[in-house]
Ligand binder design. Structure first.
Ligand SMILES: [Mg+2]
Length: 424
């Protein structure tokens, strides 16, 4: 059995979790620049607001107060996301975080009789601890688990176990083909032209037809609908090292900030290169300093500082900028340091990181690709060169890099419109 835990109306629920007076209020959360609707409460769904609908189309509803609109508060949603995923892991040892508000739960080895009970316990914990409503679907494949969870949300049931046989087919007939996991708008249109309107229509097509019309991805979906588990999220079984570090002892005690800064930047370049080589991204970076144990006039000091990235990263520039900030925090003028180090942890395979629902997926893809290509190019040029040929400006002792704050600049959209609220 596979479970899918899916938070209901996630962004809306996050806003409500910090302001319970919004419970029962028709509300939406808007995308960057308040352009379009990216989350709807059940009340606004009933009023006919569509996912992705341009905000100006519902402007009158917002100004008249019939719908409350919020600007996205990314920081809140990411923090909530981490907490909810932690709750899932507490009940089920093996989970795959699939998106900001969804996680697959590996229920193998857990008796069927206990599954509903565990599902209910997860719902209760998420609600009690984080005030986030969650729906769980359980079935024999990931595709069917997703369908079970969707069904639960429509019916207002918290835990749904997948249907089988005739009941499954009847259920699939009620679901549009566009609701099938992995089928986007364009593919739906093509399938309509071939007379496939519902998931049930696809279910009854022969496999040969599916293979020729939809390729391997379609074939996998079809098999999953028929109960054969074959969508492997390839990072499921890949085991990652959970931290990478580089620490050095200096030949003499150092009290020069610029020197330490350059050393930290170089360690960052090394560890981030190792991170990228294993195709990982990290969620946490730590910088530490140690004084000399044998010079006791000030006592032994071991300051350290940590940064948590709610969106895990592998970008050397971002990591270095974060590390330098940590160093600024822990460095005390006049103290002489003997050792320094950088530790990357909370490492996950880069495929498992979901792009924020807010980002235009294609744009985000392009951005990530661009950054990865740049890093690959730098890694390639530097291959075998301990003294890197290509460096980031911050690795140079004298160069003032003007550390750009890459990882926090994406938070908090501006508030252009007085009709729109924000919790951020
Ligand atoms: Mg959801």
């Amino acid at each position: 059995m596979i479970g899918l835990a899916d938070c209901n109306n996630f962004f809306v629920s996050c806003e409500r979790s910090i302001d319970p007076s919004l419970d029962g209020v028709a509300m939406v959360v808007l995308s960057n620049n308040d352009g379009c609707v990216v989350a709807r409460s059940n009340e606004s769904k009933k009023m006919g607001v569509k996912m992705g609908q341009p905000a100006f189309e519902i402007r009158d509803l917002i100004y008249s107060g019939k719908i409350v609109a919020y600007s996205g508060n990314h920081r809140l949603y990411r923090e909530k996301s981490l907490k909810v995923h932690d709750i899932f892991r507490r009940f089920v040892p093996f989970t795959i975080d699939y998106s900001v508000d969804e996680s697959f739960l590996d229920m193998s080895g857990i008796p069927d009789a206990m599954i509903t009970e565990i599902g209910n316990a997860i719902c209760e914990a998420c609600w009690k601890e984080e005030r986030i409503p969650v729906t769980l679907g359980f079935a024999s494949t990931k595709t069917l688990a997703k369908i079970a969870a969707e069904t639960g949300k429509k019916r207002g049931e918290k835990v749904v176990t997948g249907a089988e046989g005739d009941r499954l087919e009847a259920l699939l007939d009620t679901l549009g083909i566009g609701e099938l996991w992995g089928v986007g708008r364009r593919l739906s249109k093509r399938l309509y032209a071939k007379g496939v309107f519902t998931i049930g229509d696809l279910y009854r097509k022969p496999l040969v037809w599916v293979r020729s019309e939809m390729g391997v991805h379609g074939e996998r979906s079809w098999r999953e609908l028929h109960g054969e588990s074959c969508i492997e999220l390839d990072y499921v079984s890949r085991k990652m090292q959970d931290s990478i570090s580089e620490t050095r002892t200096f030949p003499e005690d150092i009290d020069d900030f610029d020197y330490l800064r350059a050393r930290i930047a170089i360690y960052c370049a090394h560890v981030s290169r190792r991170l990228r080589a294993m195709d990982g991204v990290c969620g946490e970076l730590k910088v530490f300093l140690r004084t000399n144990r044998f010079h006791t006039e000030r006592g032994y000091q071991a300051p350290e500082a940590t940064v948590v990235f709610t969106d895990p990263i592998d970008d050397a520039a971002e990591l270095t900028s974060a590390a330098v900030k940590c160093l600024e925090k822990i460095f005390t003028p006049g103290v002489r340091y003997k050792r320094a180090g950088v530790v990357l942890s909370r490492i996950v395979p880069c495929g498992s990181v979901s792009i924020s629902l807010f980002d235009d997926v294609e744009k985000a893809d392009a951005r990530i690709k661009k950054s990865r290509n740049l890093m690959k190019t730098i890694d390639g040029l530097n291959f075998g060169n301990y003294n890197h040929v290509v460096k980031l400006a911050s690795q140079l002792t004298a160069g003032q890099s003007g550390h750009n704050d890459g990882y926090s600049s994406s938070f908090g959209a501006p508030l252009p419109d007085s009709g729109v609220r924000s919790s951020g």
